[in-house]
Design a protein around this ligand. Structure first.
Ligand SMILES: [Zn+2]
Length: 142
């Protein structure tokens, strides 16, 4: 859903892939540029449907569950591939508004072959909406 991604610091812009960049932030946090010592910020630009508008934003943090689901495909054209599910929680700042984004990928591996499949329907929620969902679920004991 993020239509553009840029990894930037004072030095300029660096090539990046969204999955790898988010996984790196989830694992190591936002990294410092080796040249200018400033954080290399991952900027995302969401072009939302239904007239929700554009949301240029920067990634403050990203998280992955400590344990992730893995399984092996038993049928179909990808039979024998090992699947690993990567559901992210991404903390974004757009102007003064804080957002939570829940993108996910499935990574399929078999031998030296690796396929990274992006989930297309990840919600982008204002922080208060996300908090409200968590509060309601927790209040019910989940
Ligand atoms: Zn730099």
């Amino acid at each position: 859903m993020a239509t553009q991604k840029r990894l930037v610091c004072r030095c300029g812009e660096f090539p990046t892939q969204l999955f790898g960049a988010l996984r790196s932030i989830a694992t190591h946090g936002v990294q410092e540029c080796p040249t200018c010592s400033r954080p290399r910020v991952l900027e995302l630009d969401f072009d939302l449907g239904l007239e929700a508008g554009r949301k240029p934003s920067r990634v403050l943090a990203a998280y992955l569950p400590s344990r992730r689901k893995k399984w092996t495909l038993k049928k179909g054209p990808n039979r024998g591939f090992r699947v690993e599910f990567f559901p992210f929680l991404v903390v974004l700042q757009a102007g003064r508004t804080s957002y939570r984004w829940l993108p996910y990928w499935h990574v399929l591996t078999k031998g030296d072959t690796r396929k990274t499949k992006y989930g297309q329907w990840a919600p982008l929620l204002r922080q208060h909406m996300f908090d409200s969902l968590l509060e309601k679920a927790r209040a019910d004991g989940y």
